[in-house]
Design a protein around this ligand. Structure first.
Ligand code: CP
Length: 317
């Protein structure tokens, strides 16, 4: 299946051939950038007028928004950003749905969209007249984060088949965890979860996988430990201080867990990291910690996705 003209909303429908194409292209972009500090010269069929990308961020973002923008700049694509509820007509009562319809009516070539748990937005997306990339939707999906995570593990370990990936923490509120469970399982990795009972999802997909209550035991099982931000804003009645203190005591990843994992064990986190909660400071400084490598790889993975969705052909050497 071609990527051209299709929206990219979930990792669910990606097949192995598409994933290989995407990861090979991201790898090429990364190695070319390391040699020449540029990748735009690799495009073979550049259109006379640059493609235009609309970046619509209805929820806050640092990494994802700037990564999508950086990937666009590196390929010589044009973009504009809509990301503020205070300086736009959202503040005058315009709905998110009408906002999207109006931006799509300006005929961008792709619309990159982050949004919250909004049925109104979900029902609008299929009716927009341009392909959409999901840049994180509520607690359901963050497909490009999963792509860059899988790419990073593959780059570090060579292959995902049989690798054990432990997702630690607030899995119930994590779109990253949902997309990663789907994608990493598809690529042959074994996924398990670890965290307090109330942070583990009750959905069928998560019930089928192994859950650890004890972080020492879980660290001894895994090749890769992926932390998640504790999303206190989605925890309802429990106080933020209580949730964080209780979490830190039992589930903060420390040097002790790195020792249990051994020197080959890898640490990941999609960010933002809440300092002193999910990971200790020493762990964040460890050479086993790939958090910033994930961010670098995100630019090349998103650049690869743009070229495939826009039908831009790339020189292979
Ligand atoms: N990883 C991630 O989605 O980070 P941001 O929320 O800062 O984009």
């Amino acid at each position: 299946m071609s990527f051209v003209g299709q929206s990219f909303l979930s990792v669910e429908n990606l097949n192995s051939q598409q994933l290989k194409l995407l990861f090979d292209r991201a790898k090429l972009f990364k190695s070319e950038f390391a040699k020449r500090r540029s990748i735009d010269h690799l495009i073979k069929n550049r259109p006379k007028s640059p493609k235009l990308l609309a970046m619509v961020f209805l929820e806050p973002s640092t990494r994802t928004r700037i990564s999508f923008q950086t990937a666009a700049y590196r390929l010589g694509l044009e973009s504009f950003v809509f990301d503020s509820a205070t300086t736009t007509s959202l503040s005058k009562g315009e709905t998110q749905s009408d906002t999207l319809k109006n931006i799509a009516a300006m005929l961008p070539d792709l619309l990159i969209l982050r949004y919250g748990n909004s049925a109104e937005v979900e029902t609008t997306i299929p009716h927009l007249n341009c392909p959409v990339i999901n840049a994180g939707s509520g607690i359901t999906e963050h497909p490009t984060q999963a792509l860059l995570d899988a790419f990073t593990i593959q780059e570090a370990l060579g292959n995902l088949k049989g690798k054990k990936v432990l997702i630690v923490g607030d899995v119930a509120h994590s779109r990253v965890a949902n997309s990663n469970l789907r994608l990493l399982s598809h690529l042959g990795a074994k996924v398990a979860a670890c965290g307090p009972e109330y942070m583990l999802p009750k959905t069928e997909a998560w019930k089928r996988i192994n859950h650890f209550a004890d972080l020492n035991e879980a660290a001894g099982w895994c090749d890769v430990l992926m932390g998640l931000r504790v999303q206190t804003e989605r925890h309802g009645e429990k106080s933020e201080a209580f949730v964080l203190a209780e979490y830190r005591d039992k589930y903060q990843v420390t040097e002790q867990h790195l020792k249990i994992m051994g020197p080959g064990g890898l640490l990941m986190h999609p960010g933002p990291v809440i300092h002193g909660v999910e990971f200790s400071p020493e762990v964040l400084r460890s050479r086993q910690c790939l958090v910033l490598t994930q961010v670098t790889n995100g630019v090349f993975v998103r650049a690869a996705l743009y070229t495939l969705m826009l039908g831009l052909e790339v020189e292979s050497n």
